[in-house]
Design a protein around this ligand. Sequence first.
Ligand SMILES: [Fe+2]
Ligand SMILES: [Zn+2]
Length: 454
Amino acid sequence: MSFLRAVGTWKYTREIQCKHPFIRQLSAAVHYRRLSTSTRTRVNSCPPLRDTRFTPRLFSRPIQVEKVEDSVALKVHGEPLSFGSFWLRDNCQCSNCIHPDTRQRIGDTFSIPTDVSPEIKEYVHDEVKIRWSDGHQSTYSMEWLDLHRARLGKDEKTPLSLRPFQSHTPGNESYPTVEFGQVMKHNEALLEWLENIHKWGFCFVDNVPVGPDATQSLLERISFIRHTHYGGFWDFTADLTYKDTAYTTDFLGAHTDNTYFTDPARLQLFHLLSHTDGHGGESLLVDGFKAAQVMMEENPEHCVVLAEHSQPTHSSGNEDVCIQPNTEFPVFNTTKSGHLYQIRWNNYDRAAKTNWSVADQKAWYAAAGHWSEVIRRPDMEIWTQLKPGSALIFDNWRMLHGRSDFIGKRRMCGGYINNDDFLSRYRLLKFGRNQVLNHIGSSTAKENSPNMFF
Ligand SMILES: [Fe+2]
Ligand SMILES: [Zn+2]
């Protein structure tokens, strides 16, 4: 075992306690179920993340490098940053290992000796340079090392954790809104639009020219439009061209779209172009995160059931289509750390599940019945009337939508955007390319991590 030391030149102070509620929420996750209801509400209703730029973790004591069997431990300020030796060599960030333009891995992982170990290390400014036993030279920034340290413990998991969000209060007629002209012209306004969607779950865009072309251009400010069996950009009337309840004049209860896809669209935009010879057709939005929070307070076990029991779904209305996802999905889809990232709820498209016991069936119907009752409460339903010139976009992984029945002829246009494309655009605008690239692969839960904006 060899000890290597170097004295860093950093004279920094390190922030000991993150004050952001999200981080507090993560660290307190294990105690979550013991908290009182009022405390839980406070924890989950924390304000949105601040737009902070990276501040280097700052160190005031010498840095040590210790080689222990198959791992490399950097001791900084007495705190170990641990890396598997082979992993660290494989994840060398030099231009021979990561292509500087494509950012793709170009080193041959499997030609690295399996017993590769660090031999010579030095510190220059905020970088660690390592010469490996196979002769390769690597340079890692301290920021990158800090963000990519091995996280050996299992993530603490609560039945359901929620990322920071804000929820609109039904009845309040002041909605998150941006201006079409600003969004089309300025990236700052585009970012504000995406922030509103991420924070509130929906946003109106005012002063949109009343026609399909401007509406399509608006959507394409975010990304390309997701094509489905309903087409790409839609421009439709209630004529049942596509045999789906959405193309009728009937009442539509709160649901999410695309539960029948392996990868449902993340965003959905509607722009009512005209409504003639009739009335009705108010739009309904229900904040699924807020509803999940209510469920969590009223019956956490129901949340566990909705997160663990998956359901089959399908879309089969048209003769040439029968779509079913590759696998069944639950209503509450969570990350490995238990964070709710996607709600799938569409009772219209649920298929007949067979692979469950009667006991499972009873548990699921009780939990789903609770959920269905919560999302129909008047204090959950946001009712708005779409009008020409004002487009509504919402997060289809969070907000449930529906509409009242209507008479007359409505012409509606709109489209879908994929999750990955939305998040890519949002994170890059919010954090800048360097910070996003630095965090690739990192699951460190910090408020300035773009990866925490899911
Ligand atoms: Fe829908
Ligand atoms: Zn390299």
